[in-house]
Design a protein around this ligand. Structure first.
Ligand SMILES: N[C@@H](CCC[C@H](N)C(=O)O)C(=O)O
Length: 287
């Protein structure tokens, strides 16, 4: 099969984007892994497959696959910004505010005048069973009423929440560049207490409105940025009483602004994420 694709990136988190709006397209996990492979294929952190939605009031639906495994995932913050940039640039819509359904949510996205994209990422999920996280027998340390869970074997304590996909966030003392992300990340990612594995975030707090963040993503390794990871880290920091409601997040590949009014407006408040989305190149591949 000959397949056209677009390579995109958002804060250095990179994507192969496939247009399935004109005809139904099913890619096998093996084909997805070739698209994701940086040596034998195109190379990317995630693959986005875009189609029209049949749900009233929703413009598109898109599916997200981790490039290294071909496994489908629930949510991708940086990918959602690239998605809206793609549908506007390709003339698939003339709207700059678009609604898209993912496997478990409907998101609203807005392409701004300055070229950045703001995404309503929905409300964070704190119920441990829905993350999912098995806390049986653990005693958390509480800070400002929010739990930090000890993870035996990974030698750290983490805040646990879902942004549609699972996240475990730890706060590091000192320079996050020196944090043991590549050693501890895989231990957290595959920890038995996370039955669907987890994205492992490492956050250095610079002030109440500014953090540095590295994320060892589930099935992707450390990426240059993780949008849902940024949302999860900031929400955790706000609930722990360490951050204000608007936070600049510096990832290795770029900056994201995360806003959450969860303490003033209730925990069901939506998280807003603003950041860049760019096309890198177009191509064709034989699968
Ligand atoms: N890079 C993404 C997250 C992609 C999915 C993640 N690896 C998972 O398995 O949940 C983002 O920007 O949010």
């Amino acid at each position: 099969m000959q397949l056209s694709f677009t390579k995109m990136q958002g804060a250095g988190n990179d994507f192969v984007v496939i247009d399935a709006t004109r005809q139904a397209l099913t890619l096998s996990p093996a084909q997805l892994r070739v698209l994701g492979d940086r040596r034998f294929g195109v190379g990317c952190d995630q693959i986005l497959v875009i189609a029209r939605s049949s749900t009233p009031g929703v413009d598109f639906r898109y599916r997200i696959f981790n490039g290294s495994t071909g496994a489908e995932v629930e949510h991708c913050g940086n990918g959602s910004r690239c998605f809206v940039r793609y549908v506007v640039d390709k003339g698939l819509t003339d709207k700059h505010s678009v609604r898209v359904e993912t496997v478990n949510a409907v998101l609203e996205l807005h392409l701004r005048e300055d070229g950045r994209v703001t995404v309503d990422m929905g409300a964070p999920v704190f119920e441990l069973a829905r993350v999912p996280f098995d806390a049986q027998g653990l005693s958390p340390r509480e800070l400002n009423g929010f739990a930090l869970w000890p993870l035996a074997g990974a030698d750290c304590e983490v805040a646990v929440l879902s942004m549609g996909n699972p996240h475990a966030v730890q706060i590091v003392d000192g320079d996050v560049d020196l944090a043991p992300v590549l050693q501890r990340g895989p231990l957290v990612e595959a920890h038995a207490r996370f039955p669907r594995k987890v994205n492992a975030g490492f956050m250095q707090i610079l002030s109440r409105g500014e953090v540095r963040l590295r994320v060892f993503e589930r099935d992707a390794g450390e990426t240059l940025a993780c949008g849902t990871g940024a949302c999860a880290a900031v929400v955790a920091g706000i609930r722990l009483g360490l951050l204000d409601e608007s936070v600049e997040v510096h990832a290795r590949g770029g900056d994201l602004k995360i806003e959450w009014a969860g303490l003033s407006q209730g925990l069901q408040a939506a998280v807003l994420m603003t950041g860049p989305a760019q096309t890198v190149f177009e191509g064709e591949i034989t699968l």
